[in-house]
Design a protein around this ligand. Structure first.
Ligand code: ADP
Ligand code: ZN
Length: 613
């Protein structure tokens, strides 16, 4: 069978997505490859299809147990022999899996990197035909990536142990140019094809909010589109606990996940989410690498993450099914300080020497700054992210909060001068709140006690506290002011302060309150190759959709796998659209291959037929 036929037969898809075909054909030619594609782009297909076509076994190195389990489940459901070997299995189960593997039962075997150095596994690997070694989440091999895992460094040694070097294929969603080169070097890829597909995920809507009360903003967001499944990321365990508790108190079906919970609770909570028993997962970044639940329709960041790599990876867990999804970041200035603290006091990181430590921390601070700019820009958010990853996107995407907000440009030079001279008169010794109090003439006890009401800048501004804060934030980010990194940060004069006092103009964009006018610029046409068109779930018959979902849940429970492993929501929606009457019709539905059609097709057809009556 050709790769196209396999795509249809096993996975039920009609066409390849951007990049897939090229990587598959190079792999089949015996090339090493490195595929850099955003989350949800379909990296797995790039090695799973060649794995079916190559004579021997494909070993897939994957960092996480949950990831392996989901992928193996999905392959098994599609009728492909696959297994995983990791610490969740007993010795007996591992021996059995290796025995089956020797007898040709599996085309793909997923292993944790730690396994590669064990005697039993090396012995096994030397005794079978290994056609390909696939390294998933390949950025884990790089110290410059955000999830460095020392056990990945053992991969080249393992390859050297094999009697014949298999072709090596590596995949990741996050690679800046440095990480990309590092992966090629560390894995010792031989003259590889390096393919970077567009990073854009056009079904994701990006938004940054700067609410006074984050929890209220969160509730408002959740209530605006109820009953959706999503993840809320917090930067600390304590914030996870508190947010989850408050959400439950408000009647939301939420669960929590962080590294401080006992293993079994973490596992149960994760399963509750994967199996749709709870809608909302509140978690630290410990949750999610490898969570390829397809129907996550929002990811809210309750705190600003440390860098855009992490942000895009976490936010990218929304909308893997191609449906519209929201990525909302709730920003506050405090987040910058929390992150700076975490950079200076990292958990579970050992630096080889003091110099590396300095370099890496400096790099982290630079990345944090770029993340902060994302939170404060009034330009296209998608454009900002894509530029960060080295693309040259258009200025306007039409599908992010900034593109949909009507901004007005305001000259705030006078206000900036007042603020700067107020900071100077306050001897650079106070924080933002006091500065605003003085400018607005507050009778606050501390203002009076310290005699700040006698300053010439007392009560000279007519702006609201919020407006002043926006201008101060702008000045901090643009070197007019400088905010110290202490526990109680104070505001000092920045490098441009004098120039601004001497008349250098300060112009900022402020959101107008009224709704935006009709979209001005049309959405740019996508240049990417075949995009699978997906019916939006909200547009299909909800009664039939719910009935199909119910059947899917019954089947998933019988098979002991999460519902999305049986079929994605988008496949159910496509059924509602196409109303198939036969197994052949069913195979025209996106995401249904022959094995699935034959295995459960009859039951779905029955529900549809009854409904059609
Ligand atoms: P990644 O590993 O890149 O994050 P996955 O391999 O998990 O992404 O794929 C994301 C989703 O896209 C999966 O549900 C997969 O079945 C689907 N998919 C992959 N390739 C195609 C394709 N050619 N056509 C339609 N859907 C696809
Ligand atoms: Zn935009």
């Amino acid at each position: 069978m050709t790769s196209h036929e396999l795509l249809k037969q096993y996975f039920g898809y009609d066409s390849f997505r951007a990049g897939q075909e090229e990587l598959i054909s190079d792999i089949l030619d015996g090339q090493d490859v490195l595929g850099i594609m955003p989350t949800g782009a379909g990296k797995s297909m790039c090695f799973q299809i060649p794995a079916l076509m190559l004579t021997g076994i494909t070993l897939v190195i994957s960092p996480l147990i949950s990831l392996m389990k989901d992928q193996v489940n999905a392959l098994t459901q599609a009728g492909i022999g696959a297994a995983f070997i990791n610490s969740s299995l007993t010795e007996g189960q591992i021996s059995k899996a290796l025995f089956n593997a020797r007898n040709g039962a599996y085309k793909l075997i997923y292993v944790a990197p730690e396994r590669l150095t064990t005697y039993d596994f090396i012995t096994f690997a030397r005794s079978v035909d290994i056609s390909m070694l696939t390294v998933d989440e390949a950025h884990c091999i790089s110290q410059w990536g955000q999830d460095f895992r020392p056990s990945y460094a053992k991969i080249p040694e393992f390859i050297a142990e094999l009697p014949v070097r298999p072709r090596v294929s590596a995949f990741t969603a996050t690679a800046t140019p440095i990480v990309k080169d590092d992966i090629v070097n560390q894995l010792q890829l031989a003259d590889p094809t390096v393919l970077v597909t567009g990073f854009d995920r056009d079904n994701l809507f990006f938004q940054v909010q700067k609410p006074d009360d984050k929890f209220l903003a969160l509730i408002k967001f959740l209530k605006a589109k109820p009953d959706r499944t999503g993840i809320i990321y917090c930067s600390t365990r304590a914030a996870v606990e508190e947010t989850c508790h408050r959400l439950k108190h408000q009647g939301f079906k939420a669960s929590r996940y962080h590294a401080g919970l006992p293993d079994n609770e973490r596992r149960n909570n994760q399963d509750d989410f994967l199996y749709d028993r709870v809608q909302i997962m509140v978690a630290t970044n410990a949750f999610g690498m490898g969570i390829d639940k397809s129907n996550v329709s929002f990811v809210v960041h309750y705190n600003m993450p440390m860098n855009l790599e992490a942000y895009y990876q976490e936010a990218g867990r929304a909308g893997r099914d191609g449906q519209p999804a929201d990525c909302v970041l709730l920003y506050s200035g405090q987040d910058v300080h929390t992150n700076l603290w975490m950079i200076d006091n990292p958990r579970d990181v050992e630096y080889p020497d003091a110099e590396t430590e300095m370099v890496l921390k400096e790099r982290d601070r630079k990345r944090l700054k770029e993340m902060t700019f994302y939170c404060t820009t009034t330009d296209c958010l998608r454009g900002y992210i894509l530029k960060y990853f080295g693309e040259r996107p258009p200025h306007y995407c039409g599908n992010c909060a900034n593109c949909n907000t009507h901004y007005e440009t305001v000259d705030v030079t006078k206000d900036a001068q007042m603020i700067i001279s107020c900071v100077a008169r306050m001897k650079e010794r106070y924080g933002v709140i006091m500065i605003i109090d003085v400018l607005r003439g507050s009778k606050n006890e501390k203002v009076l006690k310290w005699g700040l009401d006698r300053l010439s800048t007392y009560n000279i501004s007519k702006k609201s506290a919020k407006q002043l804060r926006d201008i101060i934030d702008y000045l901090i980010l643009n070197d007019g002011l400088y905010k110290t990194d202490d526990e109680y940060p104070v505001i000092k004069l920045g490098a441009r302060a004098t120039a601004i006092l001497q008349g250098e103009p300060v112009v900022i964009k402020i959101a107008k309150d009224e709704p935006p006018p009709e979209k001005i610029t049309p959405k740019p046409n996508k240049k990417t190759a075949t995009k699978d068109k997906k019916k939006e779930i909200k547009d299909v018959d909800q009664n039939l959709f719910e009935a199909l979902k119910e059947l899917r849940l019954v089947i998933a429970t019988e098979q002991k796998v999460p519902a999305f492993v049986i079929l994605h929501d988008s496949s159910l929606a496509d059924m509602c659209e196409k109303i198939p009457k036969s197994i052949d019709d069913l195979m025209k539905v996106s995401g249904i291959g022959r094995v699935k059609a034959e295995r459960f097709g009859g039951r779905f057809l029955k529900v549809i037929a009854e409904y059609a009556k």
